[in-house]
Design a binder for this molecule. Structure first.
Ligand code: PXG
Length: 439
């Protein structure tokens, strides 16, 4: 069967893809159910990465499908500027109730990238509204990923995503990343060493003075740059330094939110609450694009001080709180709660951890990292070329019926939270076999 439908296949430009290599040897998906995709040849493909870290409840869940179908036939679109609809209020309330601490206010957007840029704008505006308008500098972290908007790539720390795009935002500094193979290789869960790396924020404060710094944004566990859980104590230290200096702390929970780590959010799991949390992906089980900022009372209240008829936040999107996305989010949160999927992920995590770490000692493996239902297997690169080994594992695994992700030299695994033990076995056995197969 021809993988491609008729037409000009150059018409589609795929993101973060080697397009010419892909067209020569495509990987095509045509349907999905539960833990499995079906490819264009009719083969079943076990989803080892929840689509792109987003389908946490598994694919085509009837409750979500029906909510979407009903909504699209009832209220296909509703403007969100100076207008509202019931699903938007319900979805915000549900998300806020799930969030820890005083994170009680939800601003909807359509992706993790928009959530990242929105969070930075809210933080800057907040500082100005509270009379601290000199606080304009933004701090990210090396190896951070906050999407692909100009704000996100500026505070992000991946040179490959930045180098083609000019000067980016000015006034940005980066904390050092926390990956330390020398001290922490083959850690299970959060690594022991590296809390002191948060003190680098003090160094940046000394350099610029706190009166010039608006916000710090980090992922509690970096996903896209190879699964890097924060070292023990690191996030708490970052929280303390931000509080001491009046800096807004933003957690990017686009991957870590909605059960991936065995709790609703990493903030809950680690007991450290930021001022703003960005989420996306699992908020709708990946079914409809949606992102959000979950904002603290203190920040929200700062925007509610002007004249009631003035627009408090001049920011938003045509598709903010889209009815179909809101319906998908509500149905998704229902499933997470009724099936106790976050708890399930937590309960399965030690089995998953053991399966991942069983690959220690296999050819090419230089580190294995994990937390909740996510793992990264880092491979030694072939001399002179990075990523080719990990790509080969990804490509061969797909052709053998297992969907993985690779990022740099790391193979990433983050299955839907409904995964069964025998499916966890199959994922890691496939990787183990391929590690022995490739050169
Ligand atoms: N923040 C984080 C932490 C992310 O992981 C984004 C923001 C951006 O979200 P959107 O919805 O704009 O893509 C992400 C996205 C991968 C991979 O396999 C990871 C992401 C997206 C695509 C692939 O590494 N993360």
């Amino acid at each position: 069967m021809n993988a491609f439908p008729p037409g000009n296949h150059d018409a589609l430009w795929l993101p973060f893809t080697a397009n010419r290599q892909f067209r020569a040897s495509p990987r095509m998906l045509v349907s999905a159910h539960g833990m499995y995709y079906k490819d264009d040849k009719g083969n079943s493909v076990l989803d080892g990465c929840a689509g792109l870290w987003c389908v946490n409840a598994g694919h085509t869940r009837p409750r979500i499908v029906e909510a979407v179908q009903k909504t699209v036939a009832t209220l296909d679109f509703a403007p969100a500027f100076q207008m509202g609809h019931p699903l938007a209020f319900e979805a915000a309330d549900r998300v806020a109730r799930l969030a820890p601490g005083n994170l009680n206010h939800v601003f909807f957007c359509n992706s993790g990238s928009e959530a990242g840029d929105s969070a930075l704008k809210i933080a800057l505006a907040y500082q100005r509204l509270r009379g601290e308008g000199t606080r304009t500098r933004l701090i990210g972290r090396e190896r951070g990923y906050h999407g692909v908007g100009f704000g996100g790539i500026s505070v992000g720390g991946i040179s490959g995503n930045r180098k083609l795009y000019g000067s980016l935002l000015t006034g940005v500094d980066h904390l050092p990343h926390t990956l330390d193979l020398r001290r922490n290789a083959f850690s299970r869960g959060q690594p022991e060493h590296g809390a002191e790396l948060a003190d680098e924020l003090e160094r940046i404060v000394t350099l610029h003075d706190a009166s010039n710094i608006a916000a710090v944004i980090v992922e509690p566990m970096s996903g896209s740059t190879g699964v890097l859980p924060a070292p023990k104590g690191y996030l708490k230290r970052l929280r303390e330094i931000c509080t001491k200096h009046g800096i807004v702390l933003i957690f990017d929970e686009v991957i870590t939110g909605f059960g991936r780590l065995g709790a609703s959010f990493a903030a809950e799991k680690y007991g450290v609450v930021p001022d703003i949390m960005t989420v996306a992906k699992g908020i709708t089980n990946g079914t409809v694009p949606m992102g959000a900022n979950i904002v603290s009372d203190k920040i929200f209240e700062a925007f509610m001080q002007g004249p009631p008829e003035a627009i408090d936040l001049p920011h938003g999107y045509t598709y903010t709180a889209h009815p179909i996305a809101c319906a998908a989010a509500i149905a998704t949160l229902d499933i997470y709660a009724e099936e106790h999927l976050f708890e399930r992920a937590g309960a399965l995590s030690s089995y998953f951890e053991n399966a991942a770490h069983a690959l220690r000692g296999y050819p090419h493996v230089v580190d294995i990292r994990n937390e909740g239902l996510v793992a990264g297997i880092e491979l030694e690169p072939r001399p002179g070329t990075s990523t080719t080994r990990a790509y080969e594992i990804f490509d061969r695994a797909f052709r053998q019926g297992v969907l993985l992700r690779y990022t740099g030299d790391t193979v990433a695994i983050s299955p839907p939270l409904i995964v069964e033990k025998n499916e966890i076995d199959r994922i890691f056995e496939t990787i183990g076999r391929l590690l022995k197969e490739i050169d």
